[in-house]
Structure formats: C-alpha cells, structure tokens
Design a protein around this ligand. Structure first.
Ligand SMILES: [Zn+2]
Length: 256
C-alpha cells in the first residue's frame, strides 16, 4: 500500500534526497490528509499552491489512497491572496504581513516601502500565528515549523539569505509593485505616520535638525518623529539600487 508524491518546481529544492525518495513510495498505512503527508516530508503547507491526484485537483483534506499519483505544485507568481482558491478558500481583504524575527530586517524594508508589516521581537510562534489569523496577515518566516502550524493560511518560507533579496522575493511572489508610499509608516511600530507642524515639536529637535529641515511626520501611536535626514538618504539610495527607491533625492545641501 503506497502512493507516489512528487514535488515540483521550487518545492523540490525544499526537501533532501531521502524525503524525495520516501515520497515516491509513501506508505499508506493510516488515514492521513495530503496536508499532513506533505508536511511530514518537510514542506510547509504555506508553500503549496496546487495538488493533483491522478491529474485531478484536490484540497488539503484529501486522504491519501493506495496507488495515488500525487503532484504537489509551488506558487506561480504573482500570488493574489485576495482571491479564494481551492487550497485557500480564506482569502485576505488586503496584502499585509506578520514577520518572524528571523527575517526582521525584511520586515523593516517592507515598512520603509510603506507596506503593512507587523513584527515584534517578543512574539513567539504561537503569537505570530494568532496575529496572522485575527488580523488576516501573510506570515513571513524562515522557520518551517511556524509555517506548518494549522492556523497559518497564507505564508512564505523566505528562501533568500539577504534582506534586499528577501524583499525582492516577497514582492515578486505576491505581485507587489510600486508606486510605494516610502517612509509613510512608523519603523518602530508599523503605524501610518501623520504630518506634524514643526513648531509643535521644536522642543524635541536638535538645533541642526531645526536648521535644515522643515517637513516632519509623527507616529500617532508611539510618538516617534521622522524627517528626511541622512539616514533617509542612505536607505533611499539602497532602495534605488533595487529599483524600489523614491524618485529624486533630498540632501542637506539642497535644503539649506
Ligand atoms: Zn510608532
């Protein structure tokens, strides 16, 4: 009693030769859903976008049968999480993320682009999974066990090592294109910023900042103040290198 499970495309790279071989002659000795089987072989369900049994599309609840030829397919970017699919009838109202601490710098870059990316170093796996459900967010992580949690519906096992490449990976997968609202979100707490009158915050600014800058925004949640200073320019330059930067530049010299 066995079934053959084949992982296609980028999914094949997620498992080693031993798991691949086991999948090709997978024992059917108990009632197991294809979701459990796929995860037992090492692939989180978040990475699976289509499953066919003998050429027929099935959902995650399909119970593995003797002799079944199962093809497991990866995402075909761009993935539209706002549209229900056979594997994910629970679509999201919008694209937003909850980011695991192991890809925290990716979370920061998403926020810099103005995208909604919730994260907190204090959150454990259970908290992240709960937030994903209650707030309708896509989980971004490099931790397979987190993405295997039953609660997680939408997610990405981030493959790239470097934050900039991770950003590109996520934007491409979910089909997120500009224009972006750069620097429109609090980097500390993810809240959208609001403009604030310079006169109202003078007491919180250094003399040099008062001299060179006139436009400020503030986080209505944590109170942090933002302006287009040297850090802004450095980050903008990095983003421009990725083709994701804000247009033009704003330097101290031009504004003095
Ligand atoms: Zn804030």
């Amino acid at each position: 009693m066995s079934a053959a499970i084949r992982f296609h495309g980028e999914l094949a790279g997620l498992i080693g030769p031993a798991a691949r071989a086991k999948g090709l002659a997978y024992p059917v000795d108990r009632r197991a859903s294809i979701k459990d089987v796929v995860e037992a072989l090492g692939v989180p369900h978040s990475e699976v976008y289509a499953i066919e049994v003998n050429g027929r599309a099935v959902d995650f609840g399909y119970l593995l049968e003797d002799g079944a030829q199962v093809d497991v397919h990866p995402a075909k970017p761009p993935v539209d999480v706002t549209k229900p699919t056979l594997l994910r009838p629970e679509s999201l109202p919008a694209v937003c993320f909850v980011v695991d601490v192991n890809v925290g710098r990716l979370g920061n870059l998403l926020r810099i682009l103005g995208l909604d990316a919730a994260f907190d170093n204090a959150w454990d796996d259970e908290t992240i999974a709960d937030i994903a459900v209650t707030e309708g967010r896509i989980v971004l992580s490099r931790d397979r066990d987190l993405l295997k949690r039953a609660k997680v519906v939408h997610g990405r096992l981030v493959r790239a090592e470097h934050p900039e490449e991770q950003l590109r990976e996520v934007l491409q997968l979910f089909g997120i294109q500009g224009p972006f609202a750069h620097f429109s979100r609090c980097l500390r707490c993810n809240t959208p910023l609001v403009p604030v009158d310079k006169q109202a915050i003078l007491h919180r600014l250094l003399p040099k900042t008062i001299k060179y800058y006139d436009d400020f925004s503030m986080c209505p949640s944590c109170g942090r103040i933002y302006w287009a200073g040297s850090h802004y320019e450095k980050v903008s330059e990095r983003l421009r290198g990725l083709g994701l930067g804000p247009e033009g530049s704003m330097t101290d010299e031009e504004r003095s």
